[in-house]
Write a protein that binds this ligand. Structure first.
Ligand SMILES: O=C(O)CCC(=O)C(=O)O
Length: 237
């Protein structure tokens, strides 16, 4: 799949500065987050659920997480005072399962494109995330080239086929930077920033909450797709 004629490339600077990301933010305390992780593991262990969509609509803890003060403050600083959640999902990497996420950009898919000046992605560590259990790897400054061509990965994975940037295989990149985080920490990414994660090779579980935040007017949708937004602040919704 490639960008069609109507697709905007959006090459240029980032509201998150030269690197296109910020890391080490706090969304909750370490001890509370560890307790939450234990509950999530107990809830999904039997089915080995890997992706839980719309986590903020399903569980109270995630509805709180998307509005955690430090995170929301940083998001507002980047995209303005009016902020809504466009999408969340919980990603659980169980021990021993093949679950790599290929190089991709969060702000573009077949149904919509996000304006990078009016949107930002967040990744919240619910367990510790390390280089061996599947923390994110990002390519600093990669947002500046704008949206790249993408396609569905070739995979029979139960979780479905992820969208990956064409020609970028799921392997560490020589310009890649790992973003290990402790449970309760988070990072923010430009929605064009190239990032990926490996499978979890440890005996423990790795859990992350993915969030896309938008400001009014951020979404260009195709095929009549109209995402339902979850406003957090401001009155323009
Ligand atoms: O949780 C992960 O390992 C990566 C998730 C991610 O980047 C995504 O699916 O957009």
């Amino acid at each position: 799949m490639s960008r069609d004629a109507a697709t905007i490339r959006y090459a240029g600077p980032s509201p998150l500065g030269e690197t296109g990301y910020r890391t080490g933010l706090e969304w909750n305390t370490n001890s509370r987050t560890r307790a939450r992780a234990a509950e999530i593991i107990a809830q999904y262990r039997a089915d080995q659920t890997e992706v839980v969509r719309d986590a903020h609509l399903r569980s109270e803890w995630a509805a709180h997480a998307v509005r955690s003060p430090e995170l929301l403050d940083r998001v507002q600083h980047a995209i303005g005072a009016s902020v809504a959640v466009e999408n969340t999902f919980l990603m659980i990497k169980w021990p021993g399962r093949d679950f790599p996420v290929p190089w991709h950009q969060d702000g573009v898919n077949p149904r919509m494109q996000l304006d990078p000046e009016r949107s930002v992605a967040a990744w919240l560590a619910v367990t510790d995330a390390t280089t061996v259990n599947g923390c994110l790897q990002v390519i600093p400054g990669s947002h500046a080239a704008g949206y790249l061509d993408y396609g569905r990965e070739e995979s029979g994975a139960r979780r479905g086929k992820a969208l990956g940037v064409q020609g970028m295989y799921n392997a560490p990149h020589d310009r890649g930077v790992w973003l290990p985080l402790n449970a309760g920490q988070a990072c923010l990414m430009d929605v064009r920033l190239l990032h990926r994660s490996d499978s979890n090779t440890t005996a423990g579980v790795r859990i992350g909450l993915n969030i896309r935040y938008v400001a009014p007017g951020a979404i260009r949708s195709s095929d009549g797709h109209s995402p339902s937004l979850y406003p957090l602040s401001g009155s323009d919704w």
